[in-house]
Design a protein around this ligand. Structure first.
Ligand code: SAM
Ligand code: SF4
Length: 353
């Protein structure tokens, strides 16, 4: 591998962060991602009745297994991407823990020379079973999704009565010494905005890194409405009314979260507000889907077919050139809220958050 270029786009951004979705399957049905439950349908139906146009839902079909990249193929892409300046890799999905023998993939990727950071995003349901092997294989950082601390509300949001398992997984990750243990909560108006304070208290009590995330139009039901977005500013106001927050300075412009320390605790909170305060100008992320497509933006309407090249005999040099070529045309930014906004062709569960 002799390629020495970096992944630079035509807007001058250098990409350092690769998100790898390793499966499109999931054992949850979160109402902001795969809203297929009765509870989600009831909630959205009620809101739609208040007016507004809704595009057709995305018809979800699981990607056939033959099209899902193997561990060897994923490792190869990551290795080539690292040779092009990628420093951080996050494994995601769908639910990445559904992939059999995930620890083997983690071990392969953790061993790639030049990779500085390997993390995993999970709903946590199976982490108790698999966490030890993942840590032993080289996983150091983890993010859990946890949108509610109320058992019924958790079930309504995720479609699964699994709050206790997820809380246990968070404790187990801390016990294993993974650091930081991050917790992501997508905040939806009238669903869990009343739990912002409780989630921050939970983070403070357990020394967690908490992220509050604005709801983005990436659900398979195309049910998103701007009225359901709780703006980052409002989340911050809610927190400031209850906690003393000390801002955490950062010179990393591509960071998605604005961050604060909760005074008197080890906890950090961050707000990710892609809808109301887009950070596209400094975006340094690239995405590989489970079926081997490259996406240059969460909201891309076109994907770039890497799988056919991987399976068609392309050399590492050719793959590197192809990555550099598609990255050059990375979109300047998303257009959520603009009249010409076109929803992404696939849901978050397929793209990899
Ligand atoms: N299944 C894993 C999980 O839930 O953590 C990993 C995949 S999930 C697609 C990755 C992240 O995307 C999660 O933190 C989830 O909360 C977030 N997400 C999914 N749909 C979203 C949406 N419509 N808006 C904002 N965040 C979303
Ligand atoms: Fe599954 Fe994660 Fe999407 Fe929830 S957010 S449905 S856990 S992929």
């Amino acid at each position: 591998m002799t390629h020495r270029g970096l992944l630079v786009d035509s807007h001058g951004r250098t990409l350092r962060d690769l998100r790898v979705s390793i499966t499109d399957r999931c054992n949850f049905r979160c109402m902001y991602c795969l809203p297929e439950t009765e509870a989600a349908a009831n909630f959205y139906r009620g809101r739609w009745a208040q007016g507004g146009f809704h595009p057709e839902p995305i018809t979800r079909q699981w990607v056939p297994r033959s099209k899902i990249l193997s561990f060897e193929e994923i490792e190869r892409v990551v290795r080539i991407a690292v040779s092009l300046g990628i420093e951080k890799v996050r494994l995601t999905g769908g639910e990445p823990l559904l992939r059999q023998e995930l620890d083997k993939l983690v071990r392969r990727i953790a061993a790639i020379d030049g990779l500085k950071d390997l993390a995993l995003t999970t709903n946590g349901f199976q982490f108790n079973e698999k966490g030890y092997a993942l840590r032993e294989a080289g996983l150091r950082r983890i993010s859990f999704s946890l949108d509610s601390l109320d058992r019924e509300n958790f079930r309504k949001i995720t479609g699964r009565d699994a709050l206790d398992q997820v809380l246990e997984s968070i404790r187990f990750a801390q016990k294993l010494g993974l650091h930081p243990v991050k917790v992501n909560a997508v905040i939806i108006r009238e669903v869990n905005d009343h739990e912002i304070e409780a989630l921050a208290r939970f983070a403070a009590a357990h020394g967690l890194t908490m992220r509050f995330i604005e709801f983005m139009p990436l659900d398979s039901g195309r049910a998103w409405m701007k009225e359901l977005v709780v703006p980052g500013k409002q989340i911050l106001d809610t927190l400031c009314a209850r906690f003393s927050l000390d801002p955490i300075a950062s010179d990393n412009l591509s960071e998605t979260a604005k961050r604060w320390r909760i005074r008197g605790s080890n906890a950090e909170i961050g707000i990710i507000a892609p809808v109301t305060e887009p950070f596209c100008g400094h975006c340094n992320r690239l995405r590989l889907t489970a079926d081997g497509k490259i996406r240059t933006c969460l909201f891309s309407v076109t994907e770039h077919d890497l799988r056919s090249r991987l399976r068609g005999g392309a050399s590492d040099e050719e793959i590197a050139d192809y990555l550099a070529e598609v990255v050059w045309d990375k979109e300047p930014g998303h257009r959520i809220g603009q009249p010409d906004f076109v929803p992404a062709s696939r849901s978050m569960s397929c793209i990899g958050g």
